[in-house]
Design a protein around this ligand. Sequence first.
Ligand code: PMP
Length: 412
Amino acid sequence: MQSDEPSGGSRVDPWLGHYAQRAGGMVASEVRALFAVASRPEIVSLAGGMPNVSALPMEAVAAMMADLVTERGPVALQYGSAQGDPSLRETICTVMAAEGIDAHPDDVVVTVGSQQALDLVSRVFLDPGDTVVTEGPTYVTALGTFAAYQARAVHVDMDERGVLPEALAESFARLERAGRRAKLLYTVPTFQNPAGVTLATERRLEVLEVCRRAGVLVLEDNPYGLLHLEGEPMRALRADAPADVVYLGSFSKTLAPGLRVGWALAPSAVRDKLVLAAESAMLSHSAFAQLAVDRYLRTQPWEEQLKQFREMYRERRDAMLGALEEHMPAGVSWTRPGGGFFVWLTLPEGLDSKTMLPRAVQNRVAYVPGTGFYADGTGQQAMRLSYCYPPPERIAQGVRTLAGVIRGELQL
Ligand code: PMP
C-alpha cells in the first residue's frame, strides 16, 4: 500500500481490531515521553537515568574489540547458545561473589540487559490477572513489563530503610483474603530506582522470611549494587535464599548499556524455563557483545574503572544533595542515596509534580513526575531526580532553578 504518511502517522490505525489484548497494556511511559523535551541542550535534565559512558577508556575498548574480531571472529560472529557464553557466565559468578552470592555458572542465563530478564521472568510466571507485589514507587519499565503480561502491580510502602516487612506481610494477607495470591515480589533492594533507598541489612532476612511464608518468589533486580558510594557492597537477598530468589544483574551501569548484557541467576528448574523462553525470544544473545564484556572484565582494569565510576557519581550525588540542602524551601524532603543514580523528592502538601513540570521546563530544568513510578496513579507529590549524567555544576544549577520553581508554586 502506497502512502505519503509515515507509517507512524496520525491516521486511524487500520489494524486496531487485530491487536492481541495484551497490546492494550503496552503504553509509552511518562519517562519516555519526557526524554524528547529533556534532551534539548538548554535544559538541565535531572530526568534521565543514563550512565556516563564517556568516562570509559574508548581507545582501549576499541583496541580490545579489534583484537576480539581478529583472534576469535569465528566464535564472536557466530550464533551461540540461548543460555549464554560459558566463559562469561563464569565471570558473572565472580562479579556476584562481591555481594555474597555463591553461584554456579550453570544457573546463570545471559540476557539482553536485565530488562530482557524481567521480560523472560514475567513470560514464565505471569498469567493475565496475576498479581506482582512491588515497592511503591518502583522501576517504571518493570511496571510496563508486568502490564504487557496483563498482570496487576500492588505497591508496598517504603521508608528510608527500604520496604516495610510488616506492610509486605499485610499486603500478602490482604491479597489472600481477596482471593488473590501474589506470585512475585519485585524488588530493587539496593539503591532503588527511583527512590534511591536501600533495604537495611536487618530487614533483609525478614523480607525473605515473609515471602517464604507466603510462598512468593522474590525477583531481586540489582543493577546498581556495585555503584555503592560508601563502604562495601550490600549483601544481596539471593545470597541468603538461593532457592527462593531470582536475581537479575546487568553490566549497563558498571560497564556500558549499549552492549546490552545482563543476566538472571535462578534456581535450576526456573533457569531451564528461562533458557527455553530466551530461545523463543531471541534464539541466542549477541556472541560479540558477550565476548566483549568477558574480555573486558578479564583483560582490562575493570575494578579501577568501577572506582572511577563511583568517584564520578559520588561527586555528582554530593553536588545534588548539597544544592538541595542549600536551596530547597521548607516543607520539601528528599532521600539520601548511598549509591546508584537517584534521589526521590517530596513536595510540600498541595503541590503536584506533574502540573508543575511545564513551568520547570520553561525555566530549563526537567525531572520525572512521581506518578510514572506507580501503577495506581499515586505519587503526585513526588518526583525523581537523577544525578548520573550532568556535570556537578549543572546539577547544582538545575536544583537551584527547581527550588525557584517550587517557591513560585508555593506563592500561587
Ligand atoms: N532495572 C532497573 C531497576 C533499572 O534501573 C534498569 C535500567 N534503568 C534496568 C532494570 C534495565 O537495565 P538494562 O536492561 O540496561 O540492564
